[in-house]
Design a protein. Structure first.
Length: 118
């Protein structure tokens, strides 16, 4: 089970840190992705990290602004979001899977809303 948190309302240029806490699964066995879906748009993978944290992935739209990290001792993955833009407004999900690139997911968290005002 995955639990995402940390969303909220922030002004453009601001920052938020999302957390994805895992329970009931072997967290350290899974690659974790952060996905987002805005109204009327397809869901997209914005960042991902391998189980060992040796590899990461960022969508072009968030590269150099978002940073994904994980603390396996706390069964938690983080998404630090800086220089937020109104187009980052979306429902953000975390998901776990075994593939890399991360294209299939075994576990999903509930979403946390991020709203960026201009």
């Amino acid at each position: 089970q995955l639990q995402a948190s940390g969303g909220g309302l922030v002004q453009a240029g601001g920052s938020l840190r999302l957390s994805c806490a895992a329970s009931g699964c072997t967290f350290t066995s899974y690659n974790i992705g952060w996905l987002r879906q805005a109204p009327g748009k397809e869901r997209e993978l914005v960042a991902a990290i391998t189980w060992s944290a040796r590899s990461t992935y960022y969508a072009d739209s968030v590269k150099d602004r978002f940073t994904v990290s994980r603390d396996n001792t706390k069964n938690t993955v983080y998404l630090q979001m800086n220089s937020l833009k109104p187009e980052d407004t979306a429902l953000y999900y975390c998901a776990a899977g075994n593939t890399w690139p991360l294209t299939r997911y075994r576990y999903w968290g509930q979403g946390t809303q991020v709203t960026v005002s201009s």
